[in-house]
Design a protein around this ligand. Structure first.
Ligand code: GLU
Length: 297
């Protein structure tokens, strides 16, 4: 699971998003991308590899009117870590863009349904089906489309969604993958990790599983997937960046040792077929024979 950062306010969004991505770099990633909403236009740029490469790609963007956007670092679970599979993913009209941390476990069934409905699937990821499912449910209200789509999804997610047709909101949701809303002055943020937004605000609301946040520049509202209203609990972050990166542990090594059970669980999620007990390791493109011949050196 990798990194999410989103910004909506009066400032130019791109430098804020890129700085946020750099803050998330320590988590490791294989590709990165950004979606900007610029006066009713959606601009999406993504690249495989380091954030430096994404920086090269965005150099020529005219981002003067882009005060709102989302950015992602990906740690591929389904589909190669190439530019096409990098997030954000978009619907075929290129109006809705989505970034996702986690794994959609029932993506195969949803993919088949979407193909039957005439949707064209462009990538090998589990994530892409979500953006089409949101489009399928979209009738003008982005939050409602996200809510209805998530009702059909099994798995883990932290997501952030923007649309050129709803240029004043970011919709974010969480299930088993951390997500926080940062509250600023005339500007708001979303992030998978407070370190990405800490230099802008210390006031945050941690989303709980099953919650959806609709974030605009001036305010935000939180509901559940069942559409119940939630009263946000604003917390003040007192940790500094170094403490956050170590998640309260004294050393990175200790943190990584303690995180091993969760990391393994996440790696297997969506890949164990409970009918025949056979794991399907998508993304590992080796034949059984090749695996058998691997020598430990
Ligand atoms: N499962 C998604 C993918 O492979 C998201 C991976 C992530 O959490 O970065 O694209």
């Amino acid at each position: 699971m990798c990194g999410i950062v989103g910004y909506i306010g009066q400032k130019n969004a791109l430098p804020i998003l890129m700085e946020g991505l750099r803050r998330l770099e320590y988590r490791g990633y294989d590709s990165a991308g950004v979606a900007l909403v610029c006066d009713k236009n959606l601009i999406v740029v993504k690249s495989a590899g380091k954030i430096k490469r994404l920086e090269e790609e965005i150099k020529d963007i005219d981002d003067m009117e882009c005060t709102h956007g989302i950015a992602h670092t990906r740690w591929a679970t389904h589909g190669e870590p190439n530019q096409n599979n990098a997030h954000p993913h978009t619907d075929s009209a290129e109006e809705i863009a989505l970034i996702h941390n986690g794994i959609i476990e029932n993506y195969r069934a949803i993919k088949e349904f979407l193909i039957q409905q005439g949707f064209k699937i462009k990538t090998d990821t589990d994530t892409e089906i979500l953006v089409h499912l949101i489009r399928y449910n979209y009738k003008g209200d982005l939050t409602e489309a996200v809510r209805l789509a998530l009702g059909q999804v099994e798995g883990t997610y932290g997501i952030a969604v923007v649309s050129s047709q709803n240029p004043d909101v970011i919709v974010a949701a969480r299930m088993g993958s951390p997500l926080v809303v940062g509250h600023g002055d005339g500007e708001n943020f979303v992030a998978s990790d407070v370190s990405a937004i800490l230099e802008h605000t210390k006031k945050v609301v941690y989303l709980e599983d099953g919650e959806i946040a609709t974030v605009s520049a001036e305010s935000y509202k939180i509901t559940t997937i069942e559409n119940d209203k939630i009263t946000p609990q604003i917390e003040e972050v007192t940790w500094n960046l170094d403490q956050i990166e170590k998640a309260g542990y004294e050393h990175f090594m200790l943190k990584e040792i303690e995180e091993q059970p969760a990391t393994l669980r996440n790696a297997f999620r969506g890949r164990l077929n409970y009918d025949d007990g056979i794991p399907r390791l998508d993304g590992l493109n080796l034949q059984a024979e090749e695996l058998r011949n691997i020598k430990r050196t």
